[in-house]
Design a protein around this ligand. Structure first.
Ligand code: HXC
Length: 517
């Protein structure tokens, strides 16, 4: 017996109403402003025809104050699964045209179902945030509803990759769900993220500020370090998410999407020989080294504008996905400070939980000296790097390009911090401290007595480098496993990675370590 026309029509009518969200007019207004709707975002995320929606017919609970007669199609969020480059991905997209995308109990239930589904299926989750926050009419229920999302974000952390797109307002406690995920992409215009807005700040503290200063993509990318990527618009945000996914496994039990060819071509790249100046005081852009090491020069930098004295990001070497961590000598002389330590440590931990080998490129004069750094806790923050590297069990390869001094030598994944292979270039200087500082301490008397102090200092510094800092000294004691010409680096890393693909390292069972936070 065929389905009756009445029943079929009712379904189509209900679907049409729900699919319209906040109505054609509001959607048109968005398009006129060059913005996507919640559905457009999912349509551009997923391959055509692959989206399977969950909860299209969801309805808010009408018992809430003032909402009895209000229609809330989809309850303001679209959720489901689809495919990206042939791989399944779960997603939710808040619909600002429906009660400002505000989060109530059913809205939350839909997001939670999607998160749970992603966890069970072992697939990445992407959330488009565009919301007025907790739905005011639902009172404490909407706060609890946020709590349920946060709880799941935490349970899924380290299980499946979680990516947040901030594509509209993201106010108050609502900002904590994205903050609990692995990566945040934020659109340059039309998106704000803050705990207390300018008005609240002025009322409580008297400080005058602007949304640009505290809540914009630029502020979060360069000052607070809360976000990882700025997107020019919605379409760009989706493109960034696609590119990011191309480096990530679907879950923590899988390898990332390596593109390993059966034959590994190992050829020298002479361009690397010319890139790094021999004089340790002349800076170079370490991103140029990374681009020569990465297959096809394809490097996806993460947190490009924050703590620029360290560079992090994804690429492939010999087809194997790696996370790069590199000192950046062009910024603060490549020293490690609080922000750089936080940035690198979190990245190392991300790579570790998702089975991504880490390649560390070292040219570091030390931790940044300064009253502020000491008072704000460089000890605690710098310790995060030691902790992150020492607890990472993925393959770890370290290339000491030039300076590797003091605690920073250890913080950049030295042999003792668990590097599987440490390679140095002939330009490497590995020592307790830089030559100038060491000479002042070791040869104070000689310097004081010298007629030409500058010439004496240089002579002693050269002597110090030759005596205490050469890579041969470190290699002689097996802290460095090989010294190679820069041109051989790419093939050396590729071969090592290939040989480490089956690396297994176990640690004593425990709930978790107690990383200094
Ligand atoms: C219910 C909301 C809402 C909310 C917006 N709307 N936010 N409804 N609860 N939280 C509704 C509006 O009433 C309006 O409905 C529609 O959404 C569009 O909102 P507008 O104000 O017209 O839009 P716009 O001018 O673009 O301003 C956007 C906005 C503003 C800046 C986000 O709406 C706003 O300030 N909203 C409140 C933000 C907030 O303080 N939220 C609580 C944060 S605290 P109509 O029917 O007129 O179209 C929080 C706690 C979470 O979230 C804690 C977790 C632990």
């Amino acid at each position: 017996m065929a389905i009756s026309k009445t029943l079929a029509d009712e379904l189509e009518k209900r679907r049409a109403v729900a699919l319209e969200g906040g109505g054609v007019k509001k959607a048109e207004d968005r398009h006129a402003k060059g913005r996507m709707t919640a559905r457009d975002r999912l349509a551009s995320l997923f391959s055509e025809g692959t989206f399977q929606e969950f909860g299209l017919h969801a309805q808010h609970k009408s018992r809430h104050f003032g909402m009895e007669k209000k229609s809330i199609p989809t309850d303001g969020v679209i959720t489901g699964t689809g495919f990206v480059d042939g791989r399944p991905v779960a997603a939710f997209s808040q619909d600002f045209t429906v009660v400002g995308g505000s989060l109530g109990e059913i809205h939350s239930k839909k997001i939670c179902h999607t998160l749970d589904y992603a966890g069970k299926a072992g697939i990445p989750i992407i959330g488009f945030n565009d919301s007025g926050g907790a739905r005011i009419q639902e009172g404490v229920g909407s706060l609890a509803a946020y709590g349920q999302v946060f709880y799941r974000n935490v349970q899924l952390s380290g299980v499946v990759p979680q990516i947040s797109v901030i594509a509209g307002p993201c106010a108050g406690g609502a900002a904590y769900s994205p903050a609990l995920t692995d990566f945040i992409i934020m659109t340059r215009e039309n998106a704000q993220m803050f705990i207390c807005g300018p008005e609240v700040i002025r009322a409580v503290t008297g400080q005058v500020t602007t949304m640009d200063e505290i809540g914009s993509a630029q502020a979060h990318a360069s000052v607070s370090g809360n976000i990882h990527f700025i997107a020019e618009d919605d379409a760009h945000a989706v493109a960034i998410a696609h590119r990011l996914l191309s480096f990530l496994p679907s879950n923590n039990m899988m390898d990332p999407p390596h593109r390993v060819e059966p034959d590994l071509s190992v050829v020298d790249d002479p361009r690397l020989d010319d890139l790094v100046p021999e004089d340790p005081k002349i800076p170079f852009d370490s991103r140029e080294v990374i681009k020569l090491l990465a297959d096809d020069g394809d490097f996806m930098e993460v947190m490009e504008l924050f703590a620029q004295n360290i560079v992090i990001g994804f690429g492939r070497i010999g087809g194997i996905v790696v996370g790069f961590v590199a000192n950046q000598p062009t910024v603060k002389a490549g020293t490690l400070d609080i922000d750089a330590s936080d940035k690198a440590a979190r990245f190392v931990r991300f790579c570790n939980v998702f089975n991504i080998p880490i390649v560390t490129l070292v040219d570091v004069p030390g931790f940044l000296p300064g009253v502020n750094e000491e008072r704000r806790g460089i000890i605690r923050h710098g310790a995060k790097m030691l902790f992150a590297y020492a607890s990472a069990t993925v393959p770890k390869i370290t290339v000491i390009m030039r300076k590797a001094y003091g605690g920073a030598y250890l913080a950049m994944c030295s042999e003792d911090m668990g590097a599987d292979r440490v390679i140095a270039w002939p330009t490497a200087e590995i020592a307790v401290m830089g030559a100038d500082g060491a000479v002042n301490i070791l040869y104070r008397k000689e310097l004081a007595e010298a007629d030409d102090k500058a010439a004496k200092a240089k002579e002693l510094a050269d002597e110090y480098r030759g005596q205490f800092a050469t890579p041969y000294l470190a290699a002689g004691e097996l802290f460095v496993h090989d010294i190679i010409q820069p041109r051989q680096t790419r093939s050396a890393i590729a071969l090592t990675l290939r040989g480490l693909m089956s690396k297994r390292e176990t640690r004593p069972p425990k709930k978790h370590g107690n990383i200094p936070l």
